[in-house]
Ligand binder design. Structure first.
Ligand SMILES: Nc1nc2c(ncn2[C@@H]2O[C@H](COP(=O)(O)OP(=O)(O)OP(=O)(O)O)[C@@H](O)[C@H]2O)c(=O)[nH]1
Ligand SMILES: [Mg+2]
Length: 293
């Protein structure tokens, strides 16, 4: 039996969380078109014939602009240590930047077995892909092009990873797909809907705290109450919207997903609160659950 941890790293928006969700076959990490969607290390587990793969999702590599970003970058840097296989993802449809090439070189030189994964090949011309593969060919690591969205070449990727994994016993029970709690996923689902609905700094300045998460005695309905923390008074006004329209809409999308995730009805209550500049407060970052576990 083969088993181990496979850390997935790459620049913000490269498609790390999407790939892990597709490989695991369930949504374990939220996804959005905005960079810096993932803030935490999240493990998604795939059990296959003769292997167990524990994929570690990480915050995207990004220039830190505040203390929260620095904490996120440290999470990613720490996740590269003590792993069995490293997947370095590059958004191939954007073209290879110098930074991509430098990072690829840096990770390929590590002692841990590394695979370069070129993502989003469904939205790019093949000629560009071929030239990128050629450009990376002098690094002595496998280069695997994939599309998570169209399910292209994923079996190939799994084979390559399986070959690099060490022999070992399963690390997680077979029915477990994530190392994160339901409560964590509930907060993340809310954050995902906020990332999808609001623009610019607003979603990046939001943290979601679940205060109540309780199944009613009838076993059919969850009562969930959460705080949406934002950084500024004017952000709060935008999040709530005229007559509460915006918050109602975003809560309703979130509730639908929470019901799918939990398989039960959800009664959701949300509060919007302001904590000025919390992303630069070490205490508040910790209080909101980011950084060291
Ligand atoms: N066309 C296409 N789009 C993709 C593919 N994979 C991911 N995306 C899109 O790329 C965007 C970013 O995807 P994520 O999975 O959130 O990327 P990430 O690397 O986890 O991003 P961070 O958590 O911010 O670092 C989303 O809009 C995805 O839908 C793919 O295979 N094809
Ligand atoms: Mg992500």
């Amino acid at each position: 039996m083969k088993s181990g941890f496979i850390t997935v790293i790459g620049r913000a928006n490269a498609g790390k969380s999407t790939l892990i969700n597709v490989l695991v076959g369930e949504k374990v990490a939220i996804v959005s078109p905005k960079p810096q969607t993932t803030r935490d290390r999240i493990v998604g587990i795939k059990n296959g014939d003769g292997y167990q793969m524990a994929f570690v999702d990480t915050p995207g590599i990004y220039k830190a602009e505040n203390l929260l970003n620095s904490v996120m970058q440290k999470t990613t840097a720490d996740s590269v240590e003590d792993v069995d296989v490293l997947l370095f993802l590059i958004d191939a449809h954007e073209g290879l930047s110098n930074e991509d090439k430098l990072l690829a070189k840096k990770y390929a030189a590590l002692s841990v077995p590394t695979v370069i994964v070129l993502t989003k090949i469904d939205i790019m011309p093949e000629s560009l892909l071929l030239s990128e593969i050629k450009e990376l060919s002098d690094l002595s690591v496998p280069v695997v092009p994939v599309s998570a969205r169209k399910g292209k070449n994923l079996k190939e990727l799994i084979k390559v990873v399986e070959n690099l994994l060490p022999e070992g016993e399963p690390l997680f029970p077979e029915d477990v797909i994530s190392d994160r709690s339901e409560k964590f996923m509930i907060a993340e689902i809310m954050r995902e809907k906020i990332l999808l609905k609001f623009e610019k700094e607003i979603p990046h300045g939001v943290a979601v705290i679940v205060n109540e998460f309780k199944l009613r005695e009838d076993g059919k309905v969850y009562d969930i109450s959460l705080d949406i923390i934002c950084e500024k008074q004017n952000h709060k006004a935008i999040l709530i919207g005229k007559g509460g329209k915006a918050i109602k809409e975003v809560s309703s999308f979130a509730r639908e997903d929470m019901e799918k995730f939990l398989g039960k009805k959800v009664f959701l209550t949300t509060y919007v609160k302001v904590e000025s500049d919390w992303r630069n407060s070490a205490r508040l970052i910790k209080e909101h659950g980011y950084g060291e576990e």
